[in-house]
Ligand binder design. Structure first.
Ligand SMILES: Cc1ncc(C[n+]2csc(CCOP(=O)(O)OP(=O)(O)O)c2C)c(N)n1
Ligand code: SF4
Ligand SMILES: [Mg+2]
Length: 338
């Protein structure tokens, strides 16, 4: 894949006026996606952006590329069809926490399990934005909303846990405000062959403002998040003096220098390990017990459904008398081989 494009990010902007609320995190994600596509060397006609329904799902209107704003919860189903019908297309699926994990939960887990080559960007604002503030499957337990006036009494999905539990091979996390990291992660997801799920923590200024603020607060974000990079030690903190170690089967936060701990004792990130155990623990880390993991947590190469489907069709066709419809004749009410 070519890295430098003749196109710039503005070439991926459509002529539509962007209708998201001022200050919505979706604006930054749109810019990051456009920048990533330009840096990946994409041309507009090789990209299809498929969404469901939600504020985030308005995304295809704002992209100068092929696109389809489909129906609620069905982004994965339509994106699957698009990829299978034209495997050459680079298919980016845009979906919200409601669209992907409530009404579309079933389609989402099966697209992930099948490892269809899609770039699934999951906008997680922990709320239904478009329908004006109902709680979603990722809202924190106890969250007060129009549909939970006394607080929710259910545990939220954790998108990373769900993706890995559905036998997903790629999961990454980033946050709307961190444009550089988002572009980096989106490019990694695009280069990965298979279903890449990128959870983007997104702020809805109207119905769930500041829900992720604890992770972006100036002066604290380095203490409350850890950016994982394949092959690098799991270090974090303003002075890069904290790290992660294993304590039995659990992760433990340690400080370099305490009890003689040196960088050599710190875990090195292996995003390509097929064993999902450690990736699951990293994806599930929550503040304040742990820093929240950002970056590519899991990226394990594996056969894709779309490639295997093409191979299977070719293998069956090679042995079959039927090469095309021309080899068939309609006889009575059935098709028969000529
Ligand atoms: C079949 C169907 N059921 C319900 C709705 C109403 N509806 C539209 S968007 C939405 C939730 C959107 O939430 P999310 O996917 O998190 O997107 P956001 O607006 O937060 O970006 C719902 C329930 C619908 N459009 N179609
Ligand atoms: S309602 Fe929330 S998610 Fe929707 S556009 Fe406005 S700020 Fe963004
Ligand atoms: Mg939402």
């Amino acid at each position: 894949m070519q890295e430098a494009s003749a196109l710039t990010y503005t070439d991926f902007k459509s002529n539509q006026s962007v209708k998201w609320c001022p200050g919505c995190g979706d604006h930054a994600i749109l810019n990051s996606v456009q920048k990533a596509m330009a840096e990946l060397g994409y041309s507009q006609e090789e990209v299809a952006v498929i969404s469901g329904i939600g504020c985030s799902s308005r995304f295809p209107y704002y992209m100068n590329a092929y696109g389809f704003h489909t129906i609620h919860g069905r982004a994965s189903a339509v994106a699957t069809g698009v990829k299978i019908a034209n495997p050459e297309l680079k298919v980016w699926q845009i979906t919200g926490d409601g669209d992907a994990l409530a009404i579309g939960g079933n389609h989402f887990i099966h697209a992930v399990r099948r490892n269809i080559d899609l770039n699934i960007i999951l906008f997680n604002n922990q709320i239904y934005g478009l329908t004006k503030g109902q709680y979603s499957p990722t809202s924190k337990k106890g969250f007060v909303s129009k549909t939970s006036p006394f607080g929710t009494i259910e545990n939220p999905f954790r998108p990373g846990e769900l993706t890995i539990g559905a036998r997903g091979h790629f999961f990454a996390r980033t946050i709307d405000k961190e444009l550089k990291l988002t572009v980096e992660v989106l490019k990694e997801a695009a280069k990965f062959s298979g279903a890449s799920v990128v959870e983007v923590l997104q702020n809805c200024v109207i119905y769930n403002d500041r829900t992720h603020e604890v992770l972006t607060e100036k002066g604290f974000k380095e203490e409350r998040t850890i950016v994982l990079r394949h092959g690098q030690p799991m270090l974090f903190g303003k002075d890069n003096d904290k790290g992660l170690m294993l304590d039995g089967l659990n992760l433990k936060v340690v400080k370099l220098g305490d009890n003689g701990i040196t960088e050599k004792d710190i875990l090195v990130h292996d995003a390509m390990n097929p064993d999902p155990s450690l990736h699951l623990k990293l994806a599930n880390m929550e503040y304040p017990d742990y820093p929240v993991a950002m970056g590519v947590i899991r990226a394990v190469p594996y056969a894709t459904y779309n490639a295997e489907l093409v191979e299977q069709i070719e293998a069956v066709q090679a042995k079959s008398k039927i090469k095309s419809f021309k080899d068939l004749v309609f006889s009575g009410d059935v098709w028969e081989v000529k």
